[in-house]
Design a protein around this ligand. Structure first.
Ligand code: ADP
Ligand code: MG
Length: 259
C-alpha cells in the first residue's frame, strides 16, 4: 500500500506545487514508484509534469475520476518512453466544478480516498498537490492521506494561517480520518541571512516541536524558472541549490517515514 502525502496550506504561493513535483522526482530517483495527484484546478503541477491542456483536451483528468465519469486508472499519465518520469493524474480548471458537485454527493469527503483504494497498490508513494483553500477537494485530499506536509513561505508572514490548518487537521482527524498525521512543516524561500526568516523558523519549532524539517528550501531562481520549462529542478538544474535542498528533504522524509 502506498504512503499518501498531501501538500497542504490554505494559502497560495507557499511552495505546495514546487514541493510536490520536486519531491516526487526526488523519491522516484531513489527507486520509489511515485504518483502525483494534481488536486488544484489551476493545474500548475500538471504543467510542470508535462501535461498540455490545449492538446490533451480530450484526455481524462482528476475531474472525470472525481465525478465518476471515468475510472481513475484511465486518468493516470504514464510516460512509457521515459524511464526517468513518474506517473501523474492531471487536472484542468473544470476541477473547480467539483467543489460544487461534491456538496450533494453521499460520502462527499471520501470520494478521492475510494479512488486511491483502486490504484494505491501500484505505488510506494502518492503525493497530492492541494488547492489553496479549505474546500471539499482539499478535505478529500486530507481524508485520502496518511500524512500532511505543510510548506511555509518565509517571505510572507510565516505563521499566518497556521491556526486554521491546525483546526482543520484536528477536525478531519476526529471526524473522517483518524490515522491522519502531520508529517511536518517545511520552510521555503528561506534566507538564513534574514533575521525574520531565522525567527520564523525558531517560532515554528517552538510551536511545533519535532515537526519542523531541519532541511530548509532556500530561495532559488532556478526553482522559480523550472515551471516555465515544464519540468522539475532535478532535470532543469541538477547542480542548483534548489536541487540540493529537495534532495536533502527527500532523504529527511524517507528516513522519517521508513525508519
Ligand atoms: P503553491 O503551490 O503553494 O501556490 P508554488 O509551489 O506554485 O506555490 O510556488 C509559488 C511560486 O514561487 C512559483 O512561481 C514557484 O516557482 C516559486 N517558488 C517556489 N519555491 C521557491 C523557492 N524556494 N525559490 C524561488 N522560487 C520559488
Ligand atoms: Mg500550487
Amino acid at each position: 500500500m502506498a504512503t499518501k502525502i498531501a501538500l497542504l496550506n490554505f494559502k497560495g504561493g507557499v511552495g505546495k506545487t514546487t514541493t510536490a513535483v520536486n519531491l516526487a522526482k526526488g523519491f522516484h530517483s531513489l527507486g520509489k514508484s511515485v504518483l502525483v495527484i494534481d488536486a488544484d484546478a489551476q493545474g500548475n503541477a500538471s504543467r510542470m509534469m508535462g501535461f498540455r491542456q490545449a492538446t490533451d483536451k480530450s484526455s481524462n483528468t482528476l475531474y472525470e475520476a472525481m465525478s465518476g465519469t471515468a475510472p481513475i486508472k484511465t486518468c493516470i499519465y504514464i510516460d512509457q518512453d521515459n524511464e526517468d518520469s513518474f506517473d501523474y493524474v492531471p487536472s484542468r480548471p473544470d476541477l473547480y466544478r467539483c467543489e460544487q458537485e461534491l456538496v450533494s454527493r453521499t460520502g462527499r469527503e471520501y470520494i478521492l480516498r475510494m479512488l486511491l483504494d483502486e490504484i494505491e497498490s501500484m505505488y510506494d508513494y502518492i503525493f497530492i498537490d492541494c488547492p489553496p483553500n479549505n474546500g471539499l477537494v482539499a478535505v478529500n485530499a486530507m481524508c485520502a492521506s496518511d500524512y500532511l506536509l505543510v510548506p511555509i513561505n518565509c517571505e510572507v508572514f510565516a505563521l499566518d494561517g497556521m491556526g486554521l490548518i491546525s483546526a482543520k487537521y484536528e477536525e478531519v482527524k476526529k471526524l473522517v480520518n483518524p490515522k491522519l498525521q502531520i508529517l511536518g512543516y517545511v520552510m521555503s524561500r528561506y534566507d538564513k541571512r534574514l533575521t525574520l526568516h531565522r525567527e520564523a523558523y525558531q517560532q515554528m519549532e517552538s510551536l511545533f516541536p519535532g515537526k519542523v524539517f531541519s532541511t530548509k528550501i532556500r530561495t532559488n531562481i532556478q526553482l522559480a524558472e523550472s515551471p516555465a520549462k515544464r519540468t522539475n529542478i532535478f532535470d532543469f538544474a541538477p547542480s542548483s541549490p534548489g536541487a540540493a535542498d529537495y534532495q536533502a528533504l527527500t532523504e529527511e522524509i524517507i528516513s522519517k517515514i521508513e525508519k
